[in-house]
Design a protein around this ligand. Structure first.
Ligand code: PLP
Length: 452
């Protein structure tokens, strides 16, 4: 194939359908050809700061030969063999041990998938399965939140709370409903006289109201990202998650933590809910486990759920859930090599330090008259642009402010993703301080250009 740029894009448009396909964006797209550390290079050789580490996943940075070597070695030894019905492979077994060490104390058993949506599908089915084993098969519904992103397979899409993902694929799966997000910048809590609750507690109580509205005997699980990622890095108040855990316990509802973004260090810990002193019943993960070098995701389940799965076959309730690529040996080998890099290079500690630096530097943008909110936790952050800082009013969608800022940052050599007029940051853990400084400067210059 002729590889001139125009030709590449023409072939692309002729034969590929992209995630979130739009022919217009396809015409202006970058063809990424190389990556190194926190940098990406496009078809013209132009360098970009990768402010989102791929799609929140390339934690160990681009260009790691060690991960390529781990994949090659495993492919030469055993590229694939089925893990159905108890069959296994050495990298999967070792990864299970490693995950049990890193994950929440009560979560010691793991089912592996190829990505995040498959992980969440597995979580929903496992929640339903669990309640059936407990003689409570009527508990099948799942509650999630507005601005949640849980993937785009049908059930994951139904849990996703970003409405633009729905209309052309509806009807959604029955039994999925949403409560408002604990969005400090926008959560509208007007306590009535005598109501002493904090906004975090009031946001959590929306879950209890929804459980009661649906009927607790019909609700299997609540799913939430500890920090909502694609929805615009929404960091809940500190007292939100402990109260969510209490509400789930009170009504026999399983708590699923979607840690596809927050898992493996993004918030400064291996998994994010520990900082709030709680554990989920099921955790889903993907992305960072291999730093994106090979597709891998999965769920971890609590000892209580694992015991139900183990007891299932005896009761005629076998857990008939599977993927061809579950526990893929190459994916597991890459994950192990990735975790080795984390430990050897102290990437978790580095992410904590870089996170503080990024949050501090981003504050320099807060005084701009259209920067409504600068927020983040650990090494993930967002800058929300608004039409009016006093009223927090958004720009009209057709003003395309976010997209124009994004285009300006691309021209200056930085790439990321938006949600509306919210600009997200989640760089790789190997980013240099000077690169973070440049990222913040580029965003500042681009906001000034679009909103002078
Ligand atoms: C929190 C969260 N859950 C699930 C997913 C879906 O993962 P995948 O795209 O691997 O299916 C994503 C992807 O961005 C995510 O951010």
């Amino acid at each position: 194939m002729d590889t001139s740029v125009a030709d590449l894009l023409q072939h692309d448009a002729a034969h590929l359908i992209h995630p979130l396909h739009h022919p217009q964006s396809q015409r202006q797209a970058q063809v990424w050809v190389r990556g190194q550390g926190a940098l990406l290079f496009d078809q013209h050789g132009k360098e970009y700061l990768d402010a989102l580490a791929g799609l929140w996943n390339v934690l160990a940075g681009h260009g790691r030969r060690e991960l390529a070597a781990a994949a090659a070695k495993q492919m030469e030894t055993l590229a694939y063999a089925s893990c159905y019905a108890g069959n296994s492979n050495p990298p999967a077994i070792e990864l299970g041990d490693r995950l049990a060490e890193l994950c929440y104390p009560s979560i010691n058993r793991f089912f592996l998938t190829s990505g995040g949506a498959e992980a969440n599908e597995s979580a929903f089915k496992t929640a339903r399965y669990f309640w059936k084993t407990q003689g409570q098969g009527g508990k099948y519904k799942v509650i999630s939140r507005v601005w949640a992103y849980h993937g785009t397979t049908l059930a994951a899409m139904s849990a996703t709370g970003i409405g633009s993902y729905w209309p052309m694929f509806e009807p959604r799966v029955p039994g999925f409903s949403h409560i408002a997000s604990p969005y400090p910048y926008r959560f509208d809590f007007q306590p009535t006289k005598g109501d002493t609750r904090t906004p975090g507690q009031a946001a959590a109580d929306l879950l209890e109201e929804e459980i009661l509205r649906q009927g607790a005997d019909t609700v299997a699980a609540f799913i939430g990202e500890p920090v909502q990622g694609a929805g615009g890095v929404i960091v809940p108040p500190e007292d939100y998650w402990p109260r969510i855990r209490q509400i789930c316990d009170r009504h026999n509802v399983l708590l699923i933590a979607d840690e596809v973004i927050t898992g493996f260090g993004r918030t400064g810990d291996w998994f994010a809910l520990g900082r709030y002193g709680i554990e989920p019943d099921i955790v889903s993960f993907a992305k960072g486990i291999t730093s994106g070098y090979f597709p891998l995701g999965g769920i971890g389940v609590s000892d209580r759920i694992a015991a139900a799965i183990d007891a299932g076959p005896a009761a005629g309730q076998t857990w008939m859930h599977a993927f061809t690529y579950s526990a893929h040996p190459v994916a597991c080998a890459v994950a192990l090599a990735n975790l080795d890099i984390f430990q050897r290079e102290g990437l978790l500690e580095r992410a904590r330090k870089l996170g503080q630096t990024l949050q501090q530097k981003l504050q320099s943008l807060a005084s701009h008259r259209h920067v409504g909110d600068v927020r983040g936790l650990g090494f993930m952050a967002a800058v929300e642009l608004v039409a009016d800082k006093t009223t927090r009013a958004e720009f009209p969608a057709d003003a395309q402010v976010g997209i124009r800022v994004l285009q300006s940052t691309l021209r200056r050599g930085m790439t990321t993703r938006l949600r509306g007029d919210i600009y997200n940051f989640a760089p790789s853990f190997v980013a240099e301080e000077a690169q973070l400084e440049r990222m913040v400067n580029i965003l500042g210059e681009s906001i000034d250009e679009v909103l002078p």
